[in-house]
Design a binder for this molecule. Structure first.
Ligand code: PMP
Length: 351
C-alpha cells in the first residue's frame, strides 16, 4: 500500500440497480415507473429557451419549490429540493446527523443509508425488523443521534402505520427523524401532515417513482422552515448540487398535472394487486406491499436461481445477496403486459 493510500476516504460503494444497455428487456429491477412523465413535461421541454443557458440557474429553485408547495398546500419555506432524493438525503445526513450518538435505521432497508453514514463518519446502529419485516416502534425509543426509515420500507414494501410513525417522532424530540417516502404515493399514508406538529420531522419524497422522472433527478424534503433553512445553508455551499434550469422547469410542469399523476399511480396499483394474486397462485409468499414493487420468495425455488433464469429470459428483477433476504426477489411493477409476461414465464418455469 502506498503511503498516501492511508489517507484515502475508503467506502464500500452504494451499488444502484443495473441499467443495462440491451433493448427489449422487461426491466423490473429499479422501481422506475413504466409510464412516461406527464405530457406537460414534453410541452415544457419544447418551450425551453436555450439562450437562458448562459445564465446560472436560480439557486433557490423557486419555480419547482413553488410547484411542490402548491401541490401539497404548504408554504414555500417548508420545501427543500435536490438532485434526486439521494441528494436530499445526503444533505440531511450532512446537516443534521452530527451527534456522537449513533443514528438508527432498520437492518433491512435502503442500502444508501449505511454507505452515507460511513462516508460522512456518522456512527449508526441498525435495528432488526421483526420476522415479518415490520418496524417495531419501541426499538426506536432510546438515545440516538437521529432516525431514518423509509415508509413503505424498501426493499420489503411494508408500511408502518401512522400512529407508530408519530410515536417514533414524538419519542425523539431532541433529534431529527426522517421519513423517506420514496414510495408513499402507491397507497401508504404520508407523515406530511405531522410536519405542522413536530419541528423535528423531515418527510422526503421523489419524482423518480410515482411521477415517472427518475432520469431527471428530482427529490424534495418537507418540514419546519427552520429545518429547511439549515438544509439550504448547507446546500448553497455545495454549488455542484444546484439543480439545472431545465430540470426545474420540467419538474414544475410535472407536478402541475395532478390528474395524470393520479391516473398513472392508479394503473400501477391495479397492476400490483393483479400481480400479487397471480404470484400467490404460484406459491410465492410476500408481505402486503404498498410500494411499486413486490418483495417475494418461493418456498421451493431459490431466489438466486430464479433471478438468473429470469435474466436469461430478458426479464430483469432485483436480487440482494444479503443476510435474511437472500431468498427474496424484488419485482418492480411494470405495465400490465410486462407483468403478464413475467407470470407466464413463472407458470412455465420447471414444468
Ligand atoms: N429512498 C428510497 C427508499 C429508495 O428506494 C430510493 C431509490 N433508489 C431513493 C430514496 C432515491 O431515489 P431518487 O434519488 O431517485 O429520488
Amino acid at each position: 500500500m502506498k503511503k498516501w493510500e492511508e489517507n484515502v476516504r475508503k467506502v464500500v460503494p452504494y451499488v444502484p440497480g443495473e441499467q443495462p444497455k440491451v433493448q427489449n428487456l422487461i426491466k423490473l429491477n429499479t422501481n422506475e415507473n413504466p409510464y412516461p412523465p406527464s405530457p406537460k413535461v414534453a410541452e415544457a421541454l419544447k418551450a425551453i429557451d436555450v439562450d437562458c443557458m448562459r445564465l446560472y440557474p436560480d439557486p433557490a429553485a423557486s419555480v419547482l419549490v413553488k410547484g411542490i408547495a402548491d401541490f401539497y398546500q404548504l408554504q414555500e419555506d417548508q420545501v427543500f429540493v435536490g438532485v434526486g432524493s439521494d441528494d436530499v438525503l445526503a444533505m440531511i445526513f450532512m446537516t443534521f446527523f452530527n451527534s456522537k450518538k449513533p443514528i438508527l435505521f432498520p437492518d433491512i432497508t435502503y442500502s444508501f443509508y449505511d454507505v452515507w453514514a460511513d462516508m460522512l463518519r456518522i456512527p449508526y446502529e441498525t435495528v432488526p425488523l421483526t420476522d415479518d419485516f415490520t418496524i417495531r416502534k419501541e426499538d426506536y425509543f432510546r438515545e440516538n443521534g437521529g432516525i431514518i426509515f423509509p415508509n413503505p420500507n424498501a426493499p420489503t414494501g411494508v408500511e408502518l402505520g401512522m400512529q407508530d410513525v408519530e410515536a417514533i417522532i414524538k419519542a425523539n424530540p431532541d433529534v431529527i427523524v426522517v421519513v423517506d417516502e420514496a414510495y408513499v404515493d402507491f397507497g401508504a399514508a404520508s407523515a406530511l401532515p405531522l410536519i405542522e406538529k413536530y419541528d423535528n420531522l423531515l418527510v422526503v419524497q421523489t419524482f423518480s417513482k410515482s411521477r415517472g422522472m427518475a432520469g431527471m433527478r428530482i427529490g424534495y424534503a418537507m418540514g419546519n422552515p427552520v429545518l429547511i433553512k439549515y438544509l439550504n445553508d448547507v446546500k448553497y455551499s455545495f454549488n455542484s448540487y444546484t439543480m439545472d434550469q431545465t430540470t426545474l422547469a420540467l419538474g414544475a410542469a410535472a407536478i402541475s398535472d395532478r390528474a395524470y399523476f393520479e391516473e398513472t399511480v392508479h394503473k400501477v396499483v391495479e397492476t400490483r394487486e393483479w400481480t400479487k394474486k397471480e404470484l400467490a397462485k404460484l406459491g410465492f409468499v410476500f408481505g402486503d406491499s404498498k410500494a411499486n414493487f413486490i418483495f417475494a420468495s418461493h418456498p421451493e425455488i431459490p431466489a438466486a436461481e430464479l433471478f438468473a433464469a429470469l435474466r436469461e429470459a430478458n426479464i430483469i428483477v432485483r436480487y440482494f445477496n444479503k443476510p435474511r433476504i437472500d431468498n427474496y426477489l424484488r419485482i418492480t411493477i411494470g405495465t400490465q403486459e410486462d407483468m403478464e409476461m413475467l407470470i407466464k414465464f413463472l407458470k412455465n418455469y420447471k414444468k
